[in-house]
Design a protein around this ligand. Structure first.
Ligand SMILES: *Cc1c(COP(=O)(O)O)cnc(C)c1O
Length: 484
């Protein structure tokens, strides 16, 4: 007699369930990649409907064989979820992951090597080191650069700014608290991701902890505005510790002029942080590397592999040009006082330098894809998606009933439909109606952006197999929906 627990761990039952699941997933992948009218991108239903669909109480004991229940439940999950492998998914900066990553995640979940200390994840720790070294070298950071993988760009930006605070506060803010010295602030572009506004508040700087920096008509930081922001902060009694630049910004994908920001940071002795969550991957593309020129001068960089590296959520690199600084974010001692003994601190115990204690083996999928599929694939994915965004923008620009907000720096394109049959005051409402129509019907998934000139549609061409024809169909579908 096997007990239910023994049965739940039975390797042969696992084998059979896994084989069946792999067939189910491969069929799903084929259907999703095939796209077409039969499969909506997002099978949209109101939240209450899904709450109801999944409201079945958990049984005390299953009524049937677990393997059959599992297959049926996974079928419902696949059917009801958002299909990011559909080539007409052109919405948020969330990628259609390489299928190989799903297999790595299965391995990671089964092994469950939590990595807080080396012994709890010996292989994943080594892999993390090599993945970070590869990323740092692509950015042009010096060999002294080190970092950590963490759970997302938001956690990554907080981690980098905590290190900046410890390095530049001039007092021990970690132990004494943010109020133990003069109030601090960080210069942040107006277009930056909201997680930076959160990070300064989490650090106890309050609202004034973020000093906004103006951007130009292409949504890039104006170098002159940095000086103005610094003076403004100083006038308000704030000590500026750091300056942030986006590569690129979330809404329009604009890349700030990193060299100018680096010069400014250097001239004023500030920490220079680059939020490259979305666009640090440009460094991989020989054609578009110039977008991130100057990133090699950053004190810290955040880079989401789940945006530009075809990985599933979440895996984010936080890189420090001076590797020893990576210990400062969560410094349990006033390490800003004690530099020099860094060799004694173990890089292999990653929890010393991350928000997480136990974390997923996130390095496994990145390392595996880089080593099994090779690095060129990633270069080509970046180049192709940036190329496609430029072709799409050029087409929109040449089309009288569409308008591009700004020429794209990367794979994000904001545009709007401006048909002659709708007068200009109705354009904002039209974009909202069009997005709603396409998304709820499941034709395409795209999002909206509010820019100074009004409401725009926003696409991220992040699926490497989206074709130009899909984008042609997008425009036709928008035209039809506008008339309908
Ligand atoms: C997506 C994004 C973030 C947030 O990253 P998560 O991984 O979603 O937490 C931060 N900054 C920029 C520029 C982004 O595009």
């Amino acid at each position: 007699m096997t007990t239910p627990l023994e049965a739940a761990y039975d390797p042969d039952a696992f084998r059979a369930t896994a084989h069946a699941l792999m067939d189910q997933l491969a069929d799903y992948l084929k259907a999703a990649l095939g796209g077409g009218a039969a499969m909506p991108v997002l099978p949209w239903v109101p939240p209450a409907v899904n709450h109801e669909r999944f409201a079945t109480p958990f049984p005390e004991v299953p009524s049937q064989e677990p393997s059959g229940l599992f297959a049926a439940l996974m079928a419902r999950v696949l059917e009801g979820s958002h299909h990011l492998h559909h080539p007409r998914y052109v919405g948020h900066q969330v990628t259609a992951p390489l299928p190989l990553t799903a297999l790595c995640d299965a391995v990671s979940s089964l092994l469950n090597n939590g990595m807080a200390v080396y012994e709890m994840g010996p292989v994943a720790t080594a892999m993390e080191h090599h993945v970070l070294a590869w990323m740092a070298s692509r950015l042009g950071l010096p060999a002294s650069a080190r970092g950590v993988l963490t759970s997302g760009g938001s956690a990554g930006n907080l981690t980098a700014l905590l290190a900046a605070r410890q390095a530049k506060a001039g007092f021990d803010a970690w132990n004494g608290g943010a109020h133990a010295g003069p109030p601090m602030t960080v210069l942040v572009p107006r277009t930056a991701h909201y997680c930076l506004a959160r990070a300064v508040r989490i650090m106890g700087f309050g609202e004034g902890g973020l000093t906004p920096v103006d951007v130009d008509a292409r949504f890039r930081v104006q170098p002159d505005a940095l000086e103005a922001a610094l003076q403004d902060a100083t006038r308000k009694g704030r000590k500026v510790i750091a300056v942030v630049a986006s590569a690129g910004s979330t809404t329009t994908g604009a890349f700030d002029p990193l060299e100018a920001v680096a010069d400014f940071a250097q001239a004023h002795g500030l920490w220079f942080h680059v939020d490259g969550a979305h666009g640090a991957a440009a460094s991989l593309s020989p054609k578009y590397r110039a977008q991130v020129r100057g990133i090699e001068r950053a004190d810290s960089v955040v880079w989401d592999a789940h945006k530009g590296l075809l990985m599933p959520a979440l895996v984010t690199a936080v890189l420090f040009r001076d590797g020893a600084r990576s210990f400062d974010a969560f410094a349990q001692e006033a390490s800003y006082l004690f530099h020099g003994d860094d060799d004694a601190r173990p890089y292999s115990d990653v929890a010393l330098r991350t928000l997480e204690c136990t974390k997923e083996m996130m390095s496994l999928k990145v390392y595996t894809c880089l080593s099994v599929l090779g690095t060129r694939l990633f270069e080509e994915a970046v180049t192709a998606s940036y190329d496609q965004a430029r072709r799409f923008a050029a087409k929109l620009q040449a089309t009288p009933d569409f308008e591009v907000a700004v020429p794209p720096d990367c794979n994000i394109v904001c545009f709007r439909h401006t048909p002659a049959h709708v007068p200009e005051p109705g354009w904002d409402a039209l974009q909202a109606r069009l997005r709603e129509a396409l998304v709820t019907r499941g034709d395409f998934y795209l999002v909206q952006a509010r820019l100074p000139r009004g409401a725009y549609l926003r696409t991220t061409l992040i699926h490497p197999l989206t074709r130009d024809e899909d984008l042609d169909v997008l425009l036709d579908t928008l035209r039809e929906a506008a008339r309908g």
